[in-house]
Design a protein around this ligand. Structure first.
Ligand code: NAD
Ligand code: IPM
Ligand code: MN
Length: 353
């Protein structure tokens, strides 16, 4: 097949993991006879430096023309002054809103050989296979913000249709898996959460009577995720809770650097990004784990292009690389020598077949 991909490397380790992800994509294209045309564009801090805008018009236009978008990461100390007029992270939010990708799919799967890399005891990790569906274009991230010398506010808003459509995505997925959905909210305190729960109950009753629905408060969910992670299957939650819970859940898998994500709306054009950030502490040193990016590209092949075999081949290559003991520093643990971003990718490409 032929496809046009907008590639937004961003800042810090973003460009490092993007380069490696694209090497894997090239290897897949060669092996399976596909043509992926990539158009590299500015976003985040790099875009602020070049244009003053974290999501410039050229980037927006390239994304609109593309069949899928790959994003590295944005942000860093250079642009983190709390009084700066514009921030790199605004670029990501504008991108997500512009593409209308309201459903952020974050799988948390544990490769057995990596249980030693997690700070959680191995007996809790057996069978962990969770998919978090995070609402991505609403909530407190996108409500009105105010600030003056003595007061600041962020408004959290959800509209009925925004809750309904994300619950549908999650419930459909639950139907393909264990028939079980856990919705996370803070309905004991927040009005938006009581609304979320009410709309969820109605939508599930009317449209998904066969799916078992459980409601859980976010503080308890944060605890249960550590204590009994294997009991979760599909989790659905609002934007900020999903952000926080998936960073927490990444430690089940051993590292932030392992987790991929896909964001989809009503079309097949998806946005694919690892869940981690620009990791300023290790940027420029060739240490970043590229697996989250490479696994995000596997998600792109499956979800935007329908290339299931190619996607599975990448996932299998990541698994066998890890099983062979090849690790970046973040997942090396005590028993394994570590390699770098490039070495890890070389090993994955070698195992691609
Ligand atoms: P971070 O995710 O960048 O890093 C957190 C920790 O995880 C660091 O110790 C880092 O070294 C480690 N880490 C992250 N990715 C790794 C990888 N691939 N391999 C090995 N180790 C990895 O979070 P932070 O430090 O809180 O944020 C840094 C900047 O990144 C901030 O400006 C933040 O806004 C931004 N950020 C961007 C995104 C994104 O672009 N999607 C996501 C999260 C944070
Ligand atoms: C993520 C990041 C972003 C978010 C930031 C950088 C805007 O943390 O993708 O998880 O909070 O959504
Ligand atoms: Mn995050």
């Amino acid at each position: 097949m032929e496809a046009l991909i907008a590639v937004l490397p961003g800042d810090g380790i973003g460009p490092e993991v993007c380069t490696e992800g694209l090497r894997v994509l090239d290897a897949v294209a060669d092996q399976y006879g596909h043509q992926f045309k990539c158009s590299e564009q500015l976003i985040g801090g790099a875009a602020i430096d070049a244009t003053g805008n974290p999501f410039p018009a050229d980037t927006r236009a390239a994304c609109a023309e593309s069949d899928a978008v790959i994003l590295g990461a944005v942000g860093g100390p250079k642009w983190s002054d709390p009084n700066a007029p514009v921030r790199p992270e605004q670029g990501i939010l504008a991108l997500r809103a512009n593409l209308e990708v309201f459903a952020n799919i974050r799988p948390v799967k544990i490769i057995d050989a990596l249980t030693d890399a997690s700070p959680i005891k191995a007996d809790r990790l057996g069978g962990v296979d969770i998919i978090v569906i995070r609402e991505l274009t609403g909530g407190i991230y996108f409500g009105k913000k105010t600030r003056d010398e003595n007061l600041a506010s962020d408004l959290c808003i959800y509209e009925r249709h925004e809750v309904e459509r994300i619950i549908r995505v999650a419930a459909r997925l639950a139907g393909e898996r264990r028939g079980k959905l856990c919705s996370i909210d803070k309905a004991n305190v927040l009005e938006t959460s009581r609304f979320w729960r009410d709309v969820t109950v109605r939508t599930m009753e009317a449209e998904f009577p066969d799916i078992e629905i459980e409601h859980m408060l976010v503080d308890a969910a944060a605890m249960h995720l550590i204590n009994r992670p294997a009991t979760f299957d599909v989790m659905v939650t609002e934007n900020m809770f999903g952000d926080i819970l998936t960073d927490e859940a990444s430690m089940l898998a051993g590292s932030m650097g392992m987790l991929p994500s896909a964001s989809l709306g009503e079309t097949r054009r998806g946005l694919y990004e690892p869940i981690h950030g620009s990791a300023p502490d290790i940027a420029g040193q060739g240490l970043a784990n590229p697996c989250g990016m490479i696994a995000s590209i596997a998600m792109m092949l499956r979800l935007s292009f329908g290339l299931d075999d190619e996607s599975a081949a990448i996932e299998a290559a990541i698994d066998s690389t890890i099983e062979d003991g090849i690790r970046t520093a973040d997942i090396a643990g005590v028993d394994h020598a570590s390699t770098g971003t490039v070495g890890m990718t070389d090993a994955i490409i070698q195992r691609l077949h």
